[in-house]
Each structure stands twice: as structure tokens, then as C-alpha cells.
Design a protein around this ligand. Sequence first.
Ligand code: ADP
Ligand code: GLC
Length: 478
Amino acid sequence: MPLPVLAVASEAYPLIKTGGLADVVGALPAALRPHGVEVTTLIPGYPKVLGALGPGETVARFADLFGGPAAVIATELDGADFLVLDAPHLYARGGGPYGGPDGRDWTDNAQRFAALGFVANEIAHGAAGMPLPAVVHLHDWQAGLAAAYIAHDPRPRPKMVATIHNIAFQGWFPASLAAELRLPPEAMSVDGVEYYGGVGFLKSALYHADRVTTVSPTYACEILEPDGGVGLDGLLAGRAATVSGILNGIDTQVWNPATDPRLPARFSAENLSGRAENRRALAERFGLESDRLTFGVVSRLSVQKGLDLLAGAAPLILELGANLALIGAGDLWLEDRYAALSLENPGRIGTFIGYDEDLAHLMQAGADAILVPSRFEPCGLTQLCALRYGAVPVVARVGGLADTVIDANPAGLAAGVATGVQFSPVGQPALESALRRTAALWAAKDEWAKLQANGMASDVSWNASARAYADMFRRLAG
Ligand code: ADP
Ligand code: GLC
């Protein structure tokens, strides 16, 4: 018997994506199916989502869902089952999933994502006609309040798993909203959703879930400490036996250099020759001198990602005779900083400010090394793409970056297992020493080829992790 699971999330690739959360929510259902787990994913009906999905069937209606009527539409995309919450008063607007075109958060995000959780609870009790889920899988703070609605509902409840993709985003709102969000008074307790005097969406999930997971084993340890847990470390440390890390994978069909239709030339671990053409295409696209070591970045531009440190290391990159190519969007001051760096260093530093999937694939296929100097990184997906595409990852030794890259230190090189370069502590000096080390490895062509070969042989698929999720769901479901 397949095990029915209801996943609840604010993003799912390819419907709507601002980061790795969407990749994970989009890829996990297909990876779980061979393990007998049937996932249905509930997501908000943003215009982009409704536009991308076919018409579907209305399976539930709500006359008044926090200020307006709403419907749940059941539909399918590439074999994956979706329930879309169509609530025009909450979601039918321009801008992104969390904020307007001006970059500011929507002022009614509490209602927008409480509605998602409220409806998840109704669906978990049969409102949408799907088989009653054995497990409800809540992703990040946007799904978090579902845990409170489920916990306070007198009907028999499903098991709950809360997955933290980034604990820095917690969904905190004033306590005065509690009644409007239809939380029973008893929910507003420290043993519940109350968090620093307000309503804590992520807190609610972490308190009520039967299991808490995050997206790498190292991050699962980091969030038990004050620096990593950002206020929630105490709660998590108190239930540490139920907290674990399951590494993300990537969709190895979307990310397959041997078949990738977005690349000028395809290649494989057995025959890397096509890489040279991608290298040339990348250099041309970014106006770079093509014979130099080229460092690449594909990232949100934020302090989390350590890209201010990398900007500080730009003079060293030039001194090493290397190039830098960056694709990113995010904080304006970082966008400006990189735009200026490329204007000042034509031929050596190239920047594309914006979001572009095709270019992200070209970067992975054409850059020699991919830099991920994050201050913290729950898992990180770009280093996994890099491994698969023969770009050597150069990463901070934190979170999932620590768990997915084997450093080319003396032990790693002697054992012949290194796949990249790691540095620690996260700061400009250690980053610069990693850049120097990378340049030396690149110059020693045989060592570089070995790093590429080891990286391309790494298993970055969902196989092992899907099994781990499936086993956990089954154990919980009994
Ligand atoms: P995060 O979710 O913290 O942003 P991840 O590494 O987990 O970081 O996931 C980022 C995802 O978004 C990857 O699939 C990456 O390729 C993609 N990505 C990030 N920035 C861009 C961009 N500017 N253009 C295209 N893809 C991007
Ligand atoms: C978050 C994290 C990133 C992780 C992604 C998917 O956005 O910042 O490290 O890979 O979620 O789990």
C-alpha cells in the first residue's frame, strides 16, 4: 500500500521558485515514489502557479478564508499531484511569493501563510477527498502554522514532520493577530506557537512536529547552538533526539551534462572534451579572457552567502591571474558592488544581475571552479550541481557544504578522494588561502583532473536521501 503524504510548501520547482526550497519540494515526490510514498503537494495559487498548471478540478471550497472566498484545485504536473490553494484576496497579485515588486514583504504574510496551514489541516482531515495522509510534511516557516491547527484539532491527527531549509527565516508576527488567525487561546503558550511574545510560525512547527529534520547532518548540529539556532536552539536542543539531518539531492535528469539541452556542448565524466566549448561560451557571454582559471558563482546575493567576503577578495583573484563570473540577484548593495567590479575589470570580472536558469547551467558547465563562501548553509545545491558538471566546488566548511565536498587537504589528496576545496573559519583570510590553493591545484593539471573525476563520480542524486525520508515516514506511520 502506498503511504499517502501531504507536503505543504510555499514554492515548488518548476511552478514557482526563489531558491533551493523549490528545487527540493519539486524533486522529492518523484524520488519518494519508488519507495512507496505518494506525495501530494499543497501550494499557494500565485498567478504564476495557476498560469502554469492546467485547469484541474475544484475539490474544496471555503466561503471565508481569512477575508475572502477560496478553493482548492487538484491538478497534476509531470506525474506529480498538486493541490493549489486559489485564494485571490491573498495571492492574486504581482511581485514574488513573499513580497511586492518593490522588494518589501507583503504586510499580510501572516494571513497568507496561516491560510495555507489552515487549509492543510482541513485537507489532512479529508476536505479535498485525497486519501487521509499518514504524514504531513511541513517545509519551512510558511507551512509552520499547520502544525498548530493540526495539534489543536480534536479529530484524529496525522503524524507531522517539519523540515527546516533555513532557520534564519522564522515567520514571527504580533500576538494581536492570534484570534484573526483562528488560533485557539490555548495555542498562545510557550508550549505552542507563542514565540518572543508573538506568533511564531516556525516555532509552531518545531514544537508540535513528531520529527524535525533539516537538510544536512552538520546543519542539524549547528542549529542546536545559539549561533546556528537563532533563538530556536533551546527548543531544538531540548528535543535533540528527534532532530536529524537528511541531505538534499539534485534532480539528476535536469542536471545531466550528457543530455542538458541548455548547453552549447554536452559532455560526461568519460569524455570531458565538450567542456572546452562551454568554457568558451561562458567567457564570451561574460566578456572574459578565456585562457584563464575562471571562478564562477550562482547565488542569491545576501550576507548568508558570504559574497561580501568574495568581493573583498577580488583583488587577489586578479593577482592570481584568474577570472570571476557571477550570476546573482538579491541585496541591492551587493548587486551594485559586483556591477561596479565588472565595470572596473573588463575581461576579468563579469556579472549578470538577475535570475536565469539557462545561464546557471552554462556557469556550471563552463566555470573551472564554483565558489560558495557561505557564512551558513543548511545544505546548498549549487555545489552539488558543480560536482556533477566537473566544476570544482570551493566552499566554506559549514552546514551541507561540509557534508558534500571532500577537501583537497593532504589527507584527501593522499587517499585520492578529494572533490573540492573547503575553508574555515569563514572569513576573508581563509577564503583567500582557499583561492590560492585552488589556483595551485588548477595549475597542476593532473591533480585538477582527479578532483573533477572524483566530483563527477559523487552521488548527488536523491537516491539515498529519499530512502531516508521514506523510512522515517513509515516508522512514524507505524
Ligand atoms: P538558497 O536556496 O539558499 O538560495 P541553494 O544552493 O539551496 O541556495 O539553491 C539555490 C538554487 O537557486 C539553485 O538551484 C541555483 O542554481 C539557483 N539560483 C540561485 N541564484 C540563481 C540565479 N541568479 N539564476 C539562476 N538560478 C539561480
Ligand atoms: C535553503 C538553504 C539552502 C538549501 C535550500 C534547500 O534555501 O539556504 O542551503 O539548500 O534551502 O533545502
